[in-house]
Design a protein around this ligand. Structure first.
Ligand SMILES: [Zn+2]
Length: 150
């Protein structure tokens, strides 16, 4: 039986954003599981409730939401938009600039207790989905093997 550790988060940074700061909030379907993640773009922060987002890792869900809403983000806060562009650029090529990438991720990606908890639950669902898929796959293999025998 696997045990799961809760993702640590910084209590002192919990109130960095409030609901009036939300510019975009959207639900995105996971491409590899049945999970649905919430991507939120605030005035000068971004968050995602996927397992990676819960660990302040810049994920493809955030990237997709940014790319779909370029004008909106730009018009709202040009300097935040420019920081996001640097983050995207660093994600694509951060060889030799790992520290810079980590620091910018920590500055721009928002995680509070609720996001950390949801990301943690999503991680568990993701693992369950993977197990289900493996069982399904093994069943198909054994059917194919049995058919070949007969
Ligand atoms: Zn994500």
């Amino acid at each position: 039986m696997k045990t799961y550790k809760l993702i640590p988060f910084d209590e002192s940074k919990q109130n960095e954003v409030n609901n009036s700061d939300v510019i975009i909030a959207e639900d995105v379907k996971s491409s590899s599981s049945n999970n649905v993640y919430k991507v939120t773009i605030y005035k000068d922060k971004i968050s995602c409730t996927c397992p990676a987002g819960g660990k302040k890792t810049f994920c493809k869900h955030m990237l997709n939401t940014i790319n779909k809403n370029v004008d909106l983000i730009k018009n709202n806060n040009i300097s935040f938009y420019e920081q996001l562009q640097s983050l995207i650029e660093l994600k694509q090529n951060h060889k030799g600039r790992e520290e810079q990438f980590k620091k910018l991720s920590a500055d721009l990606i928002f995680v509070n207790s609720s996001i950390a908890k949801t990301a943690h639950d999503n991680q568990i669902e993701f693992e369950k989905d993977k197990i289900k898929q493996n069982v399904l796959y093994e069943n198909i293999i054994s059917i194919v093997i049995n058919q070949a025998k007969n």
